[in-house]
Design a binder for this molecule. Structure first.
Ligand code: DGL
Length: 276
């Protein structure tokens, strides 16, 4: 039955698991198929054309797994590829930018919001444009933090190097006296403790995964696609490069060990795309 199909989620690597964790808690009876493009991470330093191409391939792969909706659990891909994905595929496609922006706008009291993300997300001004649409008076301060992605992929959630990198990246935002900081990359919630300590405890962190999970829930119920199962859903994991490190780090922040991770060949992704 259509409504008992899984929800597809993709990211460039491990970061989208922060979204899976939230989705599994708001929609416990939904099954999820996760694809992490670990062979081609990072997306944040690639061209827009490449990110669109990869996003189409990832979506095609998930649709071959028979998903009923696709969550683009990657801010970089969300900021670049969503219009093209919505044009090509007729399942609901949910991204990170609008939900994260809305949550930040609701949260700020002094009208000063900081946004950190990959170079691509920041260069495309994805959040500042989206926040300005919601409230043009809000001041948005954006900063690219590309080194956070490999630190998260390594699972260095409490490492000296992570503190040093965070100090360097966040010092300008600290001076702007923001009261809200959007973690505009799904890898960053893994490093939230370090980011919070460095930016200061008065700044509210916004996890775009939390915001988007609520939107996924609303959207699938609006179109009558919520699962009617009363048992806990399964989560299956697919990656495009050897899954050893993925397994180790995934367990770390999903809170429970990941037993099985399947490897997908890049050639397979590309051939599904060209077969379309
Ligand atoms: N996790 C991704 C994001 O939310 C991308 C990280 C990367 O591949 O550069 O932007």
């Amino acid at each position: 039955m259509e409504r008992n199909k899984p929800i597809g989620v993709f990211d460039s690597g491990i970061g989208g698991l922060t979204v899976v964790k939230r989705l599994a808690s708001v929609l416990p009876n939904e099954s999820i198929i996760y694809f992490g493009d670990t062979a081609r991470v990072p997306y944040g330093s690639k061209s827009n054309a490449t990110v669109v191409e990869y996003s189409i391939e990832n979506t095609n792969f998930l649709l071959h797994k028979n998903v009923k909706a696709v969550v683009v659990a990657c801010n970089t891909a969300s900021s670049i590829a969503i219009p093209e994905l919505r044009k090509r595929f007729d399942v609901p496609i949910i991204g990170m930018i609008e939900p994260g922006s809305q949550m930040a706008v609701n949260q700020t009291r002094n009208g000063k919001i900081g946004v950190i993300g990959t170079r691509a997300t920041i260069t495309n001004q994805a959040y500042s444009k989206s926040i300005k649409i919601l409230n043009e008076k809000i001041r948005v301060y954006e900063k690219a933090c590309p080194l956070f992605v490999p630190l998260a992929e390594e699972g260095w959630i409490n490492h000296k190097a992570t503190y040093e990198v965070a100090e360097e990246y966040l010092k300008e935002l600290r001076e702007e006296e923001i009261d809200t900081l959007v973690l505009g990359c799904t890898h960053y919630p893994i490093l939230a403790a370090v980011i919070q300590e460095v930016i200061g405890c008065k700044v509210q962190l916004i996890d775009s995964g939390v915001a988007s999970s609520e939107i996924v829930k609303k959207e699938i119920s609006r179109i009558g696609l919520e699962s009617d199962s009363n048992v806990q859903g399964n989560i299956s994991y697919y990656v495009s490069d050897i899954p050893t490190k993925f397994k180790e780090v995934a367990g770390l922040f999903l809170g429970n060990p990941v037993e099985e991770v399947h490897k997908v060949e890049i050639e397979e992704l590309v051939s599904l795309h060209s077969a379309k």
